[in-house]
Design a protein around this ligand. Sequence first.
Ligand SMILES: Cc1cc2nc3c(=O)[nH]c(=O)nc-3n(C[C@H](O)[C@H](O)[C@H](O)COP(=O)(O)OP(=O)(O)OC[C@H]3O[C@@H](n4cnc5c(N)ncnc54)[C@H](O)[C@@H]3O)c2cc1C
Length: 302
Amino acid sequence: MTAALETVIGAEFLPHVRFDEPLSRHTSWHVGGPADAFYTPTSADELARFLAALPGECPVHWLGLGSNVLVRDGGLRGVVISLHLGLDRLERIGPTRVHADAGVPCARIARQCAKWLLGPAEFFAGIPGTVGGALAMNAGAWGGETWPHVVEVDVVDRRGARRTRAAGEYRYGYREVRAPAAGEWFIAVRFEFAPRPGATAETIKHLLVRRRETQPIGAWSCGSTFTNPPGDHAARLIDAAGLKGCRIGGAVVSTKHANFLINEGSATAADIERLIGYVQAEVERRHGVRLTPEVRIVGEAA
Ligand SMILES: Cc1cc2nc3c(=O)[nH]c(=O)nc-3n(C[C@H](O)[C@H](O)[C@H](O)COP(=O)(O)OP(=O)(O)OC[C@H]3O[C@@H](n4cnc5c(N)ncnc54)[C@H](O)[C@@H]3O)c2cc1C
C-alpha cells in the first residue's frame, strides 16, 4: 500500500509524512513493524484537510507516545497519525481551566499545573503518554484519573469534520471510555482543575520517587500490562503464580513489578504477545481469574 499512498497523499502534507516508518521507534516497548505512512500534522486545520483528502478506504490509526500499545511485527497498513510534537498547545484559559492539545505529554501538564497551583493535575506526573492517549484510556494514577477533570473535548472524524463534545456525552470507568459515536478522535481538551496551593514541584518529585521505588522505570515496557480485576491486583496474582522472571525470547516478567512485561532489548512483538498469553493462562490455571490486557494489541503478525 505504501506505493499507492505515495501517490494519493497531497504535496502539501508530504513534508510531514514518512513512508515505511518502523513503529518500534514510536512505542515504549520498542517493538512493532512498519506503518505504510506515518503522519505528524502541524495543526488541527492541516489534520482536517489531510483526513478530508485521504481516500475513504485507507485505514487510519492513532498513536500518542505508544506507551500503551503493542504493535505486531508486521506493522500497520494505511496511515498512522501521531499528534505528538505537532499539536502541543497548553494554555491556562481561566483561573481553574486549562486547554491542552491532544499531543501534549501528560508529564508537561503535571509540571505546568503545579506552577499554576492547580494541584489535582499532579497524577499526570509519571504517565509517559499524551493527552490523546490519556483521554482514550482514562489514564490515572495515585487516586486521580483523566475524565473527572474533562469539561469538553474537540474531536475529528475520518472525513476531517470537527466538533466539540461535552464530557457528559462520554461514559467512562477504570481504563475505559465509551464515546457517543464511533470513528472520532481527540484533538484537544478543556480540563477543570480545582486550585490546591500545596501542590508544588516537590509533590511531583515525591510521586516520581515512589514510582521508581515500586516500578522498573527506564526498562522498555508499557507500564501495567493487565487491568486489575475487581478487588485484586494483577501484579499480586502474577507474582503468586510464580511468574516473576518468566521469559519468552527477549520478553520477561519484571521481578520488581509483576504486571510490567519488559523487553530486555531483543524481544519481538510476538515474544511479548506470547508472554501475555502465557501469563493469562497460568494466572487463570492457578487462581481461576482471567486477566484482561490493558494494552491495546494492534497490527499484523510478521
Ligand atoms: C512506565 C510506564 C508507566 C505507566 N503508568 C501509567 C499509569 O500510572 N497510569 C495509566 O493510566 N497508564 C500508565 N501507563 C500507560 C500509558 O502511559 C497510558 O495509558 C497513556 O495514557 C497512553 O498514552 P499514549 O499517548 O502513549 O497512547 P498510545 O499508547 O499511543 O495509545 C493508546 C490508545 O489510545 C489511542 N489514542 C492515542 N491518541 C489518541 C487520540 N488523539 N484520539 C483517540 N485515540 C487516541 C490509540 O489509538 C491507542 O488505542 C504507563 C506506561 C508506562 C510505559
